[in-house]
Design a protein around this ligand. Structure first.
Ligand SMILES: O=C(O)CCC(=O)C(=O)O
Ligand SMILES: [Fe+2]
Length: 319
């Protein structure tokens, strides 16, 4: 199998721009994932984020996780556990309004650091969306605009640790899913692996690499590109030794953004018109996703299509 796509963003500024854009295009069409190096986020900042995230886990989260494991007697499970994940997480929201200063138990220096990190990731996400536009033949800014709604995008960070797990075959670090939103930027542990994506029916490891940022595409990009780019199933296998840190930032449409296949992409491929993806308000999709995250995405798209059909019927006469 071809190697996991690695993109050196520095090459976008020189003679290798065209080859690099082609690599990004291939990754979007065939992997749904790629790994970035020389992405412009300073490595000192990444090192600090990693250290403070790991310190926070030790200080405030580890004990709580152990107590949860003991309370649910998870150490000794004998059959596959399908309704929970072996992870310890908390969530930070950045856009449309930050809650970084309201989340309990964080040191102020860590709050400031994560705010700085999020600002840089937001810029990187928007830069990447424009690279996707360029490859798709969409005008610059199309995807950013499509995500904007009336209040701008939703942008948030899920901070996770996957502690050592005695039964990784019976309980997943994170069960297989596709991401609901737009574009996801992941800063993952440089030593403890575990993230896998499904490619051609096989689970493929996303290799840990110091100071890289892993990118993957969510369901909304699949809808807007009418399936040209796909959101890909991925999961985390907890390891029997070593705690895996992962910091996943989700650049998603605003709640009231209306999502639908880009008309210029439909025109380019007339045959795609019939199997066109649905048009919906992003928040309606998220309400559906909340209960169906760990199921296949196709029924979610079908459900949104059914809603769209009902809405376009207009008012129903009752008398
Ligand atoms: O922790 C990871 O490596 C992946 C996390 C993830 O896929 C998610 O939170 O949606
Ligand atoms: Fe995910």
């Amino acid at each position: 199998m071809a190697n996991f796509p690695l993109i050196n963003m520095e090459n976008l500024n020189g003679a290798e721009r065209e080859v690099t854009m082609e690599k990004i295009k291939d990754a979007c069409e065939n992997w749904g994932f790629f790994e970035l190096v020389n992405h412009g986020i300073p490595i000192e900042l990444l090192d600090k984020v990693e250290k403070m995230t790991k310190d926070h886990y030790k200080k405030c989260m580890e004990q709580r996780f152990k107590e949860m494991v003991a309370a649910k007697a998870l150490e000794g499970v004998k059959a596959e556990v399908t309704d929970m994940d072996w992870e310890s997480t908390f969530f930070l929201r950045h856009l449309p309004a930050s809650n970084v200063f309201d989340v309990p138990d964080l040191e102020n220096e860590y709050r400031e650091l994560m705010k700085d990190f999020a600002g840089k990731l937001e810029k990187l996400a928007e830069e990447l969306l424009d690279l996707l536009c360029e490859n798709l033949g969409l005008e610059k800014g199309y995807l950013k605009k499509a995500f904007y709604g009336s209040k701008g995008p939703n942008f948030g960070t899920k901070v996770s640790n996957y502690p050592p797990c005695p039964k990784p075959d019976l309980i997943k670090g994170l069960r297989a899913h596709t991401d609901a939103g737009g574009i996801i930027l992941l800063f993952q542990d440089d030593k403890v692996s575990g993230l896998q994506l499904l490619k051609d029916g096989e689970w493929v490891d996303v290799p840990p690499m110091r100071h890289s940022i892993v990118i993957n595409l969510g369901d909304q990009i699949e809808v807007i590109t009418n399936g040209k780019y796909k959101s890909v199933l991925h999961r985390v296998i907890a390891q029997t030794d070593g705690t895996r840190m992962s910091i996943a930032s989700f650049y998603n449409p605003g709640n009231d953004a209306v999502i639908y296949p880009a008309p210029t992409l439909l025109e380019k491929e007339p045959s795609a018109k019939e199997q066109s993806y649905p048009k919906f308000v992003f928040d309606d999709y998220m309400k559906l996703y909340a209960g169906l995250k760990f199921q296949a995405k196709e029924p979610r798209f079908e459900a949104m299509k059914a809603v769209e059909a009902n809405v376009s019927l207009g008012p129903v006469a009752t008398a």
